[in-house]
Design a protein around this ligand. Structure first.
Ligand SMILES: Nc1ncnc2c1ncn2[C@@H]1O[C@H](COP(=O)(O)OP(=O)(O)O)[C@@H](O)[C@H]1O
Ligand SMILES: [Mg+2]
Length: 280
């Protein structure tokens, strides 16, 4: 379990560039949850997730992993980073290795994984990311397409088998095919018990993958709850500059006439509700 207790982060304090990136944030992420983090550009999403494995330290407050303060001197931060894997925004921009294999193996090797396990971990992560042929491992990561690069970058984190997988806008700039593969993978991981936290601007993605939403606005947490409750609060959504998906808009309109319509994530769910209703 990951917990933030009254966390504050200020960049460039006491200068004209000072920015209160996070203000008094408390939250808890339990095992096997899938949490979407939303908010405008600059609302503090990337800062928030970098707290999760100690890449950024809070100026005030605490970050606890399984009840231990990850920023205390007694903690081995490598162990924290093994448990909490973060995939940055545009991770492929940080490629450096000559082969895909070396790129994906770098993290687990650093964590002290032995050669024998390493090979399995790398190939299994690549397979999870939708690469069916092992040939990909010998190619240069720079020679891949955009979507392939992204999936290799994600494989380099999942090769470490983190309990909590954190992704900063994983689908941004990907094509339909890549998105499908990634979304399938994430849903499968959640089914298999992995905890997944992801930042997104895409509300369809949020509807499809997340159970819970945390919304930030100007560094403050303005919502933390179920996806269905988030989308019922149209005023809040407008305030934080988010596009309501058309299926949710339609369902909310129908609710005026059909008070018993359930929350619908897809057009199919709306149509099957109406079908059932008019059968009677
Ligand atoms: N390394 C940094 N140095 C100074 N200010 C930063 C830095 N990173 C982010 N900020 C500022 O902190 C605020 C939150 O940024 P960020 O966490 O990147 O938001 P988001 O990911 O939601 O776009 C913004 O005002 C941003 O300009
Ligand atoms: Mg960001």
């Amino acid at each position: 379990m990951l917990e933030l207790k009254n966390v504050f982060v200020t960049y460039d304090p006491n200068t004209i560039f000072m920015s209160n990136a996070l203000v008094d944030i408390s939250l808890m992420i339990k095992k096997n949850e899938s949490v979407g983090i939303v908010g405008r550009i600059g609302s503090g999403k990337s800062t928030l997730i970098q707290l999760f494995n100690g890449l950024i330290k809070p100026d005030n407050g605490a970050v606890l992993l399984d009840n231990d303060d990850i920023n205390s001197k007694q903690i081995d931060i490598r162990k924290v980073r093994k448990k909490v894997g973060i995939v940055f925004q545009y991770p492929e921009e940080q490629f450096f290795a000559e082969t895909v294999f070396a790129e994906v193996a770098f993290g687990p090797k650093n964590m002290g994984m032995r050669e024998t396990e390493l090979k399995d971990a790398v190939f299994s992560a690549l397979k999870d990311m939708g690469f069916s042929s092992e040939k990909i491992a010998q190619r240069s990561p720079f020679s891949l397409s955009g979507g392939e690069k992204r999936r290799v970058a994600i494989a380099s984190i999942i090769a470490m088998n983190p309990d909590i997988l954190v992704l900063d806008e994983p689908m941004a700039g990907m094509d339909f095919n890549g998105k499908e593969k990634l979304s399938k993978y994430i849903k499968n991981e959640i089914k298999n018990g992995r905890t997944v936290v992801f930042v997104t601007h895409n509300m369809e993605e949020l509807l499809e993958i997340a159970d819970r939403v945390i919304a930030l606005d100007e560094g403050k947490k303005v919502f933390d709850g179920r996806v269905r409750d988030f989308f019922s609060d149209e005023k809040l959504i407008e305030k934080i500059g988010i596009d309501i998906p058309s299926v949710v808009r339609m369902r909310n309109k129908l609710k005026k006439y059909y008070s018993d319509i359930p929350f619908c994530r897809t057009p199919l769910e709306i149509s099957s509700y109406l079908k059932k209703r008019y059968r009677h």
